[in-house]
Design a protein around this ligand. Structure first.
Ligand SMILES: Nc1ncnc2c1ncn2[C@@H]1O[C@H](COP(=O)(O)OP(=O)(O)O)[C@@H](O)[C@H]1O
Ligand SMILES: [Mg+2]
Length: 387
């Protein structure tokens, strides 16, 4: 096997011991480009270069191998470090390993030196690669989380903009058509035309209702009445629409919530209830809103089939995953508890005060509509203010 070339830094005051280490490395198949230093100052200077490994004596005049190890690590150097000493007790060996040494050897038994050095280098390489991979993974997870949060807020912005456009353009046009049709109805030359105009008026009425419904889904104006009223309304409507027995309970009738929180809470309840009707096969569901210990909680519990970890891992299911991201935008979190056949509980918790609560507010400045003007139309999304 060709010799392995290594750049070795040797902290050693004794010339003889240095020669011994050099010989043992060579015998072990290592062609060492070895530099000896004796003092901390020389060590620090040498650390400006890259080394494959540092070998250090334990006992140095006015200095110690452990202090050297501390120095190396405190300078952020991950280079493998082996303590080589004439006398090394178990306690010192343990301390050295704990402080980041890769190995320790006795000068009386240096046959293990070369394999120990190679092993330490290999282990270090693996550790650094793993650290890098872990770091990259953490970073990419963080980026993904930020992207998901950004998407959630963008969706709300986009929804608000579409609602506004429907109100201004579609709503405005429909109102104009209604006026014109009413005029034609009044001036209709014969009953046949009058009847057709009446039919057209009805169609316009349906279109108007549809645009209201779409606007509401895009931007729940009911939130203007406060979160509790909006959730009560949602629960009632859910019960009527699905036939599932729905209970609503709240600890407070009115709540003081930071901007952004009501909309997050509303979307949470919406998704949780949609899941109940879509997946749970439940006969009962309860929505509990409470405010205690400075935390707002909304709990949606059903008595349905429950869900498994595989359900949550479905590649194309983003509902519950999205709720986590959404909750984070206001400093909150989502808990889920479920047993197969034992129903499902989805809980949103949001601390009531905290710097994060202004997050959506800052991201959605356009929603801060000025409702003080002449336009007091309750359906006008620009007048809904900060939900
Ligand atoms: N209340 C529930 N009861 C039973 N299963 C549920 C419930 N909520 C969610 N699930 C299961 O978890 C999966 C993931 O839900 P979700 O993330 O909301 O995505 P989606 O509703 O789009 O499938 C669902 O497909 C369903 O299998
Ligand atoms: Mg869903």
């Amino acid at each position: 096997m060709p010799p392995v070339r290594l750049k070795v830094l040797h902290l050693e005051d004794n010339e003889g011991d240095h020669a011994l280490v050099t010989v043992h490395l060579m015998r072990g198949g290592i062609q060492a480009d070895i530099t000896r230093v004796e003092t901390e100052a020389a060590l620090i200077e040498a650390l400006a270069q890259d080394w494959d490994i540092i070998l250090s004596d334990y006992n140095l005049p006015g200095y110690s191998g452990l202090a050297a190890l501390d120095k190396v690590r405190s300078m952020g150097k991950l280079v493998p470090f082996i303590l080589v000493s004439g006398e090394i007790g178990e306690d010192i060996a343990v301390q050295a390993m704990r402080n980041g040494a890769n190995d320790y050897l006795l000068k009386s038994n240096l046959t293990r030196l070369a394999p120990a050095a190679l092993l330490a280098i290999e282990a270090n390489r693996t550790r650094i690669a793993k650290q890098r991979a872990d770091h990259a993974l953490t970073r990419s997870r963080q980026q993904l989380r930020e992207l998901a949060q950004h998407l959630q807020t963008s969706i709300e912005q986009e929804r608000a903009a579409i609602a506004r456009e429907i109100h201004d353009d579609v709503g405005g046009a429909l109102t104009a058509v209604k006026f014109d049709l009413a005029w034609i109805a009044r001036h209709a030359p014969n009953p046949e035309i009058a009847e057709r105009v009446q039919q057209a008026l009805e169609s316009v009425g349906h279109a108007h209702e549809a645009s209201q419904r779409i606007m509401h889904n895009l931007r729940p104006a009911i939130l203007e009445q406060g979160l509790v009223a909006a959730l009560q309304w949602m629960a009632d409507r859910f019960g009527k629409r699905t036939g599932i027995e729905t209970t609503f309970r709240t600890s407070h009738e009115k709540m003081q919530l930071a901007p952004g929180v009501p909309l997050v809470a509303y979307r949470f309840a919406q998704e949780a209830l949609t899941n109940v009707s879509k997946h749970a096969q439940a006969t009962r569901v309860s929505v509990d809103v409470s405010q205690a210990g400075g935390v707002l909680s909304i709990e949606v519990t059903d008595n349905g089939r429950g869900l498994s970890t595989e359900d949550l891992a479905k590649a194309r299911s983003f509902g519950i995953r999205g709720l986590h991201e959404r909750a984070e935008t206001v400093g909150g979190w989502v808990d889920l508890s479920s047993k197969p056949g034992g129903g499902t509980s989805l809980i949103l918790s949001v601390p009531l005060s905290g710097p994060e609560n202004g997050f959506i507010d800052r991201l959605l400045p356009g929603l801060d509509g000025d409702a003080s003007g002449i336009d007091q139309d309750p359906d006008d999304p620009t007048a809904w203010g900060n939900l």
